[in-house]
Design a protein. Sequence first.
Length: 168
Amino acid sequence: MNVYAQPGQSFQQVGGTCPDGWITMQGERPGPEYTASESGAWLAPSFEGKQAAKIAQINADFASAAAALTDGYPEAERLTWGVQQSEAFAWAADSDAPTPYLDGLAAARGIAPEEMRQKTLEQTQLFMAASQQLVGTRQRLRDLVYEAKTPEDLDAIHWPEPEPPQAA
């Protein structure tokens, strides 16, 4: 069965008719990172290309893990987090600091302003602790990619699997 590809691209078509601008390849693509050459051979990516692909995968894994921190919150609410955080930190540093936004939230929720400030401070601290782990992990893995000397070094770099919840 014939294999077709467009030179410079990695997508292949197995069987059927050869699309315009595509060529018949010498065989199936060895892996998704290979690109078609004008000669019909599949070209392995350069080491720099493999590094770029690994960084892209790390960034995608980071984005997925980071999205889990904000799941369930509408965009409009997330846009207020900076104000909430700055007021909560100001209040933590000085209990007389004004917190107009948090006070408004407290009124709308029907709770005491002090309770709202404390809840916000705790949630902000939890978010910061979780996000710093994610950001630090992404940066560590990126550094490992740039320090890698061989394709095998790159293959050994993976986003860590989430830890299962601990039994109470």
